[in-house]
Write a protein that binds this ligand. Structure first.
Ligand SMILES: NC(=O)C1=CN([C@@H]2O[C@H](COP(=O)(O)OP(=O)(O)OC[C@H]3O[C@@H](n4cnc5c(N)ncnc54)[C@H](O)[C@@H]3O)[C@@H](O)[C@H]2O)C=CC1
Ligand SMILES: O=C(CO)COP(=O)(O)O
Length: 315
């Protein structure tokens, strides 16, 4: 199955490098000025193998059997809207970890709406671009509602160091990836504010409770959230300074500057989650606080006080 990757950011480029172990890969980016040097500034220190062909022509990528959409969640709807005619009917696999702020849906619904004839799947789980590009062993979740199509994608996207598990629970897989970014901002904030590892463990655990509550309400299976795409990625992102969401939170907690050009999916997703939770009547106190923190609507000190002084309840 020929593979093209749409989006030449850190993750798209890392996937291109990893999957080129199986055969040629086309990597499409809107900016390919770096391509002649065979090193993407979004993924410094990684030389592109010869099997990766970089192109700025979408038509070249759209001819592949499978297209991996490695774009930020808030950019996906616009991209699909612009290019639906070229993409519909294809196998489309999203790697975006977020909830669209305008539509309050994950990538799967964006794809299904824009490209109703496409075979749609989600690739998610604990995996830093730099780790994948270096060939470090990584396990991911491939979610596809069509079990047979999912099996074929799982095989095409696995390598000796990239091990994919499959599920038909697309909702659970994509919510795990989206929601963990919100909680990672909260965990980073706690660490940046010097509140300690015990407080971080509390945020991870209570954040996971929020994730599972919302996901269940939206139809996800509980075991998906305890798998790689939920608990696995939550653990990684809340405990590693490689995570941009964690680092963004750490800057908030420390009152330090943060490069606004960095992709931080959890900031917009926290606002989407707060809106979704309000609509559904679900209690998501940590996500709601992250939304306010990211907008500068509350101080870190007041956010912590508000979370700690909520009415006492059963676990
Ligand atoms: N970097 C990582 O370690 C991982 C990232 N992801 C997810 O993959 C998605 C992409 O993340 P990264 O590649 O890391 O971000 P990035 O910030 O490194 O790259 C984003 C890329 O998308 C491109 N882009 C943005 N809007 C576009 C548009 N409308 N049309 C065409 N290209 C557009 C940008 O030019 C850039 O090359 C995110 O949802 C992220 O959560 C998932 C797993 C790991
Ligand atoms: O999703 C990721 C790891 O699984 C990457 O996390 P960040 O976007 O926070 O860097």
């Amino acid at each position: 199955m020929s593979i093209a990757i749409i989006g030449a950011g850190a993750f798209g480029t890392a996937l291109a490098v990893a999957l080129s172990a199986n055969g040629p890969v086309t990597l499409w980016g809107r900016d390919t000025t770096w391509a002649a040097g065979r090193e993407n500034p979004r993924l410094p220190g990684v030389a592109l193998p010869d099997a990766v062909a970089v192109t700025g022509e979408l038509a070249q990528a759209a001819g592949a059997d499978m297209l991996l959409l490695a774009l930020p969640a808030q950019q996906l709807a616009g991209f699909l809207g612009d290019h639906a005619a070229q993409l519909d009917g294809k196998r489309l696999v999203s790697t975006a970890k977020g909830i669209d702020l305008t539509r309050l849906t994950g990538p799967s619904a964006l794809i299904s709406d824009a490209c109703p004839r496409a075979t749609m799947a989600v690739l998610t789980g604990p995996s830093f671009a730099a780790d994948i590009a270096r060939g470090l062993p990584t396990a991911l979740t491939l979610a596809c509602a069509d079990a047979d199509a999912g099996r074929a994608l799982q095989h095409a996207l696995s390598t000796p160091v990239l091990r994919l598990y499959r599920t038909t629970d697309v909702t659970g897989a994509e919510l795990g990836g989206a929601l963990k970014n919100v909680i990672a901002i909260a965990a980073g904030t706690v660490i940046g504010a010097g509140l300690g590892d015990s407080a971080r463990a509390a945020i991870i655990t209570r954040g996971f409770a929020e994730m599972t509550r919302l996901a269940a309400r939206l139809g996800a299976r509980p075991e998906t959230l305890t798998g790689l795409s939920g608990l696995g990625d939550l653990t990684l992102t809340c405990t590693s300074a490689q995570s941009r969401n964690f680092r963004f939170g750490r800057s908030l907690g420390a009152g330090a500057d943060f490069d606004p050009a960095t992709t931080v999916e959890g900031a917009a997703t926290a606002r989407a989650v707060a809106a979704l939770a309000a609509r559904l009547g679900e209690d998501m106190p940590i996500a709601a606080m992250v939304a306010r923190l990211a907008e500068g609507g509350v101080s870190v000190e007041n956010a912590i006080t508000a979370l700690m002084t909520r009415p006492l309840k059963e676990e």
